[in-house]
Design a protein around this ligand. Sequence first.
Ligand code: SF4
Ligand code: SF4
Length: 442
Amino acid sequence: MNDSISIANPKTDILQKVGLLLAGTSVLILLITWAGVTLDSSIFLPISLMGILIGTSIYSFQKYKNLPAGIKNNGVYQTSLTNRGAIGWVVGIVLTGFYIFLYWFPEMLGQSKEGNTGIVALFDPLSIFFKSQAATQWFMYGTLYTLIIISLGVKFMLKYRHNRYQLIRTIVVVISQLFLAYLIPEIMEGMNSDSPYFAKDLKNMWPLNYYFFEPWHLKNMQASSSGMIFLVWGILLFAVVTPIITYFAGKRWYCSWVCGCGGLAETAGDPFRHLSSKKLSVWKNERWMIHLIMVFIFVVTAVTLYGYFAGTGQIFGMSIGSTFRKPYAFLIGAMFSGVIGVGFYPLLGNRVWCRFGCPLAGYMGLIQRFKSRFRITTNGGQCISCGNCSTYCEQGIDVRWYAQRGENIVRSSCVGCGICSAVCPRGVLKLENGPKKGRNSV
Ligand code: SF4
Ligand code: SF4
């Protein structure tokens, strides 16, 4: 009896407490600077960044090292943070507030042309190191985003260390974020200020990257030969590379292996995956929303391209900027993907954006649903209906429903995270890329 209690709720040991203290103090430094206190950034920036990385790693290592093989989600419905309790709400409100400041009130974070203060100023030394200029709110955000994916990626790998798929997938997620989304673009910006952000287009493709076809971006890309390479790459990535890989492997190659939004959801969002609603009505809304947003960005882009080539800012008497581009950028690009997409992790689960909003996920989902070899096969005879798979499906798919019937799962929303399979105690579920023939779908 005592043994089972200690496995279910292991005590926090002294090293874990040290890790927590280190990570907590580091986060406190960020919060203090956010509140407007200016600290010596050459001292406190490395302390804060390394403290988060080392503190979470110590904590996670100690937490998981003595637990037996298998994935432990004990207590997720008992803790305030992961069951929409008071702590969950506080974290959700702080995150939401952070995103609102980030998008619309960067001066509240200390961003200033006259000289940064607050949390943005804390990142000045690192920005100067990369590109000889003071930090912006986006540099600060990109650095923290990458640090969180690495730190909580380590935690994720320790938690899921007995599952090879999860280990390899998370290593790819971390490398992809660190190099493709952060280091290469920052270093390129430091080397060549003419094409500062194109490197981000290596993996941030349209329509997720909604500004790809906007006039200023097209003009910038056309202005240099390196920009033209990224323009051609961006078009090929969407029109050729994505359909081919999605045909063979499903949309998981992007949503769960490469994408930054997916990377954050899988690592920082892991404790909240069970909060995704499994209701049938929500599934219906999900299909409407994601496809309407996809149509929205297709229309916005078509109209924007028309304006670009026709040399006009109007269509049918309407302003292309204020009627089409700006509402999309505000409502979907910022409000949905950032504020709600991440801010609401502790309330609605970790894949709100991927499930209801991302137009790229919608596009790949259609290929996955109708023209892909990817499916999750189920060995129905082994299923004991425990419901673990459905509980931890971050996309709100009622996996058990399929497992009980021995039916293959072919759903456009499945991001192929593999957690349903990893948490199944009976080995019922298998992610496969098989011949298209034989995929039964509902
Ligand atoms: S986790 Fe496995 S055994 Fe449990 S309901 Fe799902 S498929 Fe069945
Ligand atoms: S069905 Fe399984 S692999 Fe697909 S999103 Fe849900 S948990 Fe991940």
